[in-house]
Design a protein around this ligand. Structure first.
Ligand SMILES: Cc1cc2nc3c(=O)[nH]c(=O)nc-3n(C[C@H](O)[C@H](O)[C@H](O)COP(=O)(O)OP(=O)(O)OC[C@H]3O[C@@H](n4cnc5c(N)ncnc54)[C@H](O)[C@@H]3O)c2cc1C
Length: 351
């Protein structure tokens, strides 16, 4: 008898973890990915092949049990985020930024050594090479009582046994057509399910020297009044790569790359000094321009709204179609931990 195959839509952390878990159970899967790369909201960039800058997910912590367990299982190490020294908080443009120190006993955040993509690469390595298909954007899912058919924009029609979507729910209902239509209550909730970090703008600056550390600064900056809202040291501990990485105010999406870089450097120059202008590399990513992550919302919604909603635990199309992905997780939805928990949960449907 032919063994059933699970078609997973999306090669982000959830989709790849699910494929990995299914493989361990001896269940075949095929991952269809719209983009020309895997990783989804994990997007590690490399500067001169010496260091990595995260344009997507970066940190985890001790409450992220499934993620830490997976890292251990895949032999991937991680390091505490550097926070020693003087940090800055801009509360008003009328005053100098406030200086503060982050206490040593603060619950630590960790970064994956070599970049978050190490996790994606390790999952991929454990899968069969033919099981991930890039540039396959799913445009339609049809169900006619006996079979489920996936149609991609490249013209492929795939008759599938089971299908799992790992797309952020708002993106799923906004960009994939269903025949018959999905239940109205599910669609309404999905349209109001926030995609974590979908509107964020990240930037990274690479330097030859950690001038901020040499001045006794941590590299941490918070601001309520300027373009850079949050920034941290992004260097490696082995003293071979020095960088700062942060988030910009969402309003900066209307600026050009050059304008954003200039605004970042001007703000940071006032706080950290003239050396800010000596960056050897500049990276940025405006996530709302990423069509395989972000779809505009039908109405104003709050961060994490409807994340982990119980409606996502109900299988559809006679138990042939499942909605997964980080935003569906009951715990830590929106985060890497949520993506992995969602994959574990979904894997229990298949034996
Ligand atoms: C800027 C930023 C910073 C973040 N920081 C952190 C952090 O520090 N810590 C943390 O824990 N989490 C963080 N996150 C969140 C974390 O990245 C996500 O929770 C996690 O990566 C989501 O994984 P996923 O597989 O559920 O979804 P995604 O990564 O969104 O994967 C969905 C996949 O589906 C693909 N896809 C989309 N449409 C289609 C289609 N029609 N057909 C086929 N494929 C399609 C996409 O290309 C993508 O690969 C951050 C996210 C961003 C954007």
């Amino acid at each position: 008898m032919k063994q059933p195959t699970v078609h997973i839509i999306g090669a982000g952390l959830c989709g790849l973890t699910l494929a990995y878990l299914l493989k361990k159970k001896g269940i075949k899967s095929v991952v269809l990915e719209a983009n020309n790369r895997i990783g989804g909201r994990i997007d590690t960039r490399y500067a001169d092949k010496i260091g990595s800058i995260e344009m997507g997910a970066t940190w985890c912590n001790d409450t992220h049990h499934k993620l830490l367990h997976l890292l251990q299982e895949l032999n991937i190490s991680y390091t505490k985020q550097y926070t020693s020294g003087v940090s800055f908080f801009e509360t008003s443009n009328a005053y100098e930024p406030q200086r503060f120190s982050i206490p040593d006993n603060e619950a630590p955040s960790y970064r994956i050594d070599g970049g978050t993509f190490q996790l994606i690469a390790a999952l991929e390595k454990n899968l069969d090479s033919s099981s991930i298909q890039l540039n396959e954007k799913v445009r339609q899912i049809k169900y006619d009582q006996s079979k489920i058919i996936i149609e991609t924009t490249s013209g492929k029609q795939i008759e599938a046994d089971y299908v799992v979507s790992t797309l952020p729910p708002n993106l799923l209902v906004g960009t994939v057509q269903f025949e018959p239509e999905l239940p109205l209550d599910l669609t309404a909730i999905a349209q109001k399910t926030h995609t974590w970090m979908g509107e964020s703008i990240k930037f990274g600056l690479v330097y030859e020297h950690p001038f901020w550390k040499e001045k006794g600064y941590s590299g941490t900056v918070f601001s309520h009044v300027n373009w850079v809202q949050e920034m941290y040291d992004h260097s490696t501990n082995d003293k071979t790569f020095y960088a700062l990485k942060g988030f910009l105010n969402g309003g900066a999406s209307t600026l050009t790359l050059e304008e954003r870089r200039q605004k970042i450097e001007n703000q940071l120059q006032r706080i950290l000094g003239d050396e800010v202008k000596n960056a050897t590399h500049y990276f940025e990513k405006v996530w709302r321009e990423e069509p395989f992550t972000f779809a505009p919302y039908a109405s104003l919604i709050m961060a994490h709204q409807n994340n982990g909603h119980p409606i996502y635990t109900t299988p559809l199309f006679d138990n042939r179609f499942f909605i997964s992905g980080s935003e569906t997780a009951r715990e830590h939805p929106g985060y890497m931990e949520g993506a992995i928990q969602a994959a574990y949960y979904c894997s229990t449907y298949f034996n």
